[in-house]
Design a protein around this ligand. Structure first.
Ligand SMILES: Cc1cc2nc3c(=O)[nH]c(=O)nc-3n(C[C@H](O)[C@H](O)[C@H](O)COP(=O)(O)OP(=O)(O)OC[C@H]3O[C@@H](n4cnc5c(N)ncnc54)[C@H](O)[C@@H]3O)c2cc1C
Length: 398
């Protein structure tokens, strides 16, 4: 007699979190059906940093070779003041991170990370990937869950994982806690081939430039062939009236940023001037996760930005989505596709996610400080150096 077919785990969203979740569920031996609303799996043209807590998981999923083919592995993270360029502190990455944490500190193009996860997912039997399939809602009872599609269809499953990002539909229905909150912080992002930069501006390290009300981060991507730059800027007027400047052309955004940095170190000004193809994001957040029930209820769980969006000031949003996925896979392996597994998952994850969210928020205050706070920060960095910049609680993993 043939076995009844096992119901799939349904995943809403095919970003980094959704693909990582699909991979972890498949590796736990469960069928998966993923629904992505876009017509293609596509990521924005920008970089992403991955701490050893994240690369360790990618290695455990057998993705070391595909990561090495596209990532860069900076030797150092330098902290500089934006106004003079003076070095405030240095964290050795490279061999030091590998020795300390058993995994490297990597920097990567988002599309490359998404592509390597996609390739791994496509290599798993039992995963069905659906594009152009927005989820509009769900229903759950004691025995199953089903998702609703825009054309009125429904797909039944054993569990639903809402990995549908900042504006999550699944979250809206599960928690009903409204829209994310504008922060008044904006991210200007650009990438260029290093070969197009003057030799003095090419760089294979992570460099963080701290200014008043802003900071700039640069790091290599695409095996070191490209340089990624992101400038994070507080704009209090935008907080009251966020507006939409996403349509601004690249040259206007570049000029805007140059104006903001007009009194900064010549090397930083030269770098911003040399970059092209600027894009702008208005950063939004939600309150910190405050209980396990905010990450899972019954047969529905949230993962990644849907569960815990954060300011990118600890460079760990995607990292936490990947950690979530690993924890989800582990819970499913031990308890099967059951509400018990989701309860285990949310219990394992909510406090760490909350800690990272809070730390990212605190970094906004520290990175952008002025006056006595800035003075104290700079002194502490100079005196304590690496012991202040290293974060074993984070990089060792959960
Ligand atoms: C400026 C900036 C810099 C950052 N730097 C870093 C960094 O260095 N390191 C790091 O770890 N993180 C970083 N992050 C955070 C990171 O980008 C996010 O945390 C991560 O991309 C979240 O992934 P996700 O899959 O949860 O959500 P998303 O990437 O938002 O993916 C959600 C997916 O769901 C789809 N979707 C939405 N609604 C539906 C629906 N109704 N039905 C079906 N599909 C749907 C979307 O199309 C999308 O593909 C940064 C963020 C910013 C803004």
């Amino acid at each position: 007699m043939s076995q009844p077919q096992q119901q799939p785990v349904l995943v809403a969203g095919g970003g980094i979190g959704g693909l990582a979740a699909a991979l972890a569920c498949a590796r736990a031996g469960l069928p998966v059906q993923l629904f992505e609303r876009s017509p293609a799996f596509a990521e924005v043209g920008a970089g992403i940093q991955l701490g050893p807590n994240v690369t360790r998981l990618l290695q455990a999923w057998g993705l070391t070779a595909s990561l090495e083919a596209v990532a860069a592995y900076p030797d150092n993270l330098f902290i500089r003041t934006a106004d003079t360029g003076a070095e405030l502190g240095r964290l050795r990455l490279g061999a030091q991170a590998r020795a300390r944490y058993g995994a490297p500190y990597a920097t990567i193009h988002r599309a490359d990370l998404q592509a390597l996860l996609l390739q791994a997912v496509q290599g798993e039997a039992g995963v069905v990937l659906g594009l152009d399939q927005a989820i509009t809602g769900f229903e759950q009872d004691a025995n199953s869950v089903s998702v609703h599609h825009a054309d009125g269809r429904q797909t039944p499953g054993a569990l639903l994982v809402g990995a549908d990002g900042l504006w999550s539909r699944v979250r809206q229905q599960l928690l009903g806690d409204g829209a994310p909150r504008p922060t008044g912080h904006q991210a200007y992002r650009a990438m260029v081939p290093q070969a197009n930069l003057p030799a003095a501006l090419r760089c294979q390290d992570v460099v963080v430039w701290l200014g008043t009300g802003l900071h700039v981060v640069q790091y290599p991507v695409r095996g070191g062939d490209w340089l990624n730059l992101v400038a994070l800027v507080e704009d209090r007027t935008q907080q009251q009236n966020p507006g939409d400047r996403s349509g601004w052309d690249h040259a206007a955004l570049g000029a805007d940023l140059q104006r903001l940095l007009h009194s900064s170190a010549p090397a930083l000004q030269a770098l911003v001037q040399a970059m092209g193809g600027w894009r702008l994001w208005h950063l939004q957040v939600r309150d910190t996760v405050s209980s396990a029930s905010q990450m899972a209820q019954g047969r529905v769980a949230l993962l990644g930005d849907a569960a815990h969006p954060m300011l990118p000031y600890l460079a760990q949003g995607a990292g936490m989505a990947i950690e979530d996925a690993q924890a989800l896979g582990q819970a499913l392996s031990s308890a099967g596709a059951t509400p018990k597994a989701l309860a285990q998952y949310s219990q394992a994850r909510w406090q760490r996610n909350a800690r990272v969210q809070k730390r990212a928020l605190r970094n906004a205050w520290i990175f952008h400080a002025s006056g006595p706070t800035r003075w104290g920060r700079d002194l502490a960095m100079r005196l304590l150096g690496e012991s202040l910049l290293d974060m074993p609680w984070l990089y060792r993993g959960p």
